[in-house]
Design a protein around this ligand. Structure first.
Ligand SMILES: Cc1cc2nc3c(=O)[nH]c(=O)nc-3n(C[C@H](O)[C@H](O)[C@H](O)COP(=O)(O)O)c2cc1C
Length: 335
């Protein structure tokens, strides 16, 4: 394996999506392979206590590495080797052939999460294409019916999330609402990516700063009522995993998640995840009933559709500079 050639591609690999844009992956370069692991400092213990979204994000990163390497002609495959104490999920290693994928580095570069308005949802052809991707991994993709019921579920989930001080504190840590903050350009969720104007961003900052005092007065309810993503159009898709998915299986499913997002991207659509519906047990159970599937098999839910306008590009810690990887913050260890 040409480790040096892969290292030069690393900035593009960092375009992989991650919950709260924490970019939890870490690469350890060895002589013949590259180990993919994670840094606990970039996990979400309050919002993602089971580590489901961490493992989905790591899987999305692995798939992204394979696609980027294949597009550059590098012969690489993936050896899964999940080890919690060693904080690793597996190794990218030499292979006889480049990874077989319909996706290109340009898809990785251009794909974006889109939280804005959609002019339309996923038509039957797109749903079938996404479903085919998930079916190959033993799962399914299903359109969630009943928009009115879904809106109520989303509000319930948001209210519960905002009622948890630890979850709100963690969200605050990853929000980038101040454009002068040095980390605005490296990680987290920016006001632009969240679709917040200056006034809304200032209002949210003030509300979250006053959260301890305002929480008993109903701030969680107010925050939950403040946004209605379903009003911005699109369809809602649930990704259903095969039964009995363990931690290593969740990483594999993260690879599937990435392929579904790239399938949408290729069709001119984008995804806006609504993970709170899966995080909150009551809403996940209700979704299970709506879809007639065991709730624990629902691992991801997203609003999907055709963007009315391009989404802003999210920040990354590692950016391309002269073809090689350049780390933007000293806090990140790469290699
Ligand atoms: C497993 C996973 C869960 C996510 N959950 C949410 C979510 O609940 N709400 C949301 O707005 N974005 C969610 N995202 C999107 C990330 O915030 C987004 O990928 C990140 O900010 C980087 O932006 P990009 O996708 O445009 O590159 C999720 C992403 C992943 C991989």
């Amino acid at each position: 394996m040409d480790v040096a050639a892969f290292r030069a591609l690393e900035p593009l690999c960092w375009r992989a999506p991650s919950a709260h844009n924490t970019q939890p992956w870490r690469l350890r370069y060895e002589r013949w392979a590259v180990t993919v692991g994670w840094d606990p400092a970039d996990t979400l213990p309050a919002g993602d206590p089971t580590g489901r979204d961490l493992r989905l994000s790591l899987g999305a990163f692995v798939e992204t590495c394979l696609i980027v390497a294949a597009d550059a002609g590098l012969r690489l495959d993936w050896a899964a080797d999940h080890d919690e104490p060693d904080r690793r999920v597996g190794r990218l290693r030499p292979a006889r052939q480049p990874y077989r994928t319909p996706f290109r580095a340009a898809d990785v570069r251009d794909r974006r999460t889109h939280r804005g308005r959609f002019t339309g949802g996923a038509d039957a052809g797109v749903v079938a294409a996404v479903d085919a991707v998930v079916r190959r991994a033993g799962g399914a993709a299903r359109v969630v019916p009943a928009a009115g019921r879904l809106r109520a579920l989303l509000r319930t989930a948001d209210r519960q999330v905002y009622a948890e001080p630890a979850v709100v504190a963690e969200l605050r840590r990853w929000l980038r609402l101040d454009r002068a903050c040095p980390r605005y350009r490296t990680d987290g969720l920016s006001d632009r990516c969240l679709g917040l104007g200056r006034a809304a961003a200032t209002g949210l900052r003030a509300a979250l700063a006053a959260y301890p005092a305002l929480r008993p007065l109903g701030l969680p309810r107010l925050l939950a009522a403040g946004d209605d993503p379903l009003a911005r159009g699109g369809s809602v898709l649930a990704l259903i995993a095969p039964p009995g998915l363990d931690a290593a299986g969740q990483v594999e499913f993260g690879r599937v998640l990435m392929r579904t997002w790239l399938t949408l991207h290729r069709a001119g659509l984008a995804a806006h995840p609504l993970s709170q519906l899966v995080d909150v047990a009551a809403t996940r159970d209700a979704l299970g009933t709506l879809l007639d599937v065991a709730p624990e098999r629902i691992v991801h839910v997203a609003r999907v559709g055709r963007p009315a306008a391009p989404a802003p590009r999210s920040a990354r810690r590692v950016e391309r500079a002269g073809g090689g990887a350049r780390t933007r913050t000293a806090a990140v260890r790469v290699g």
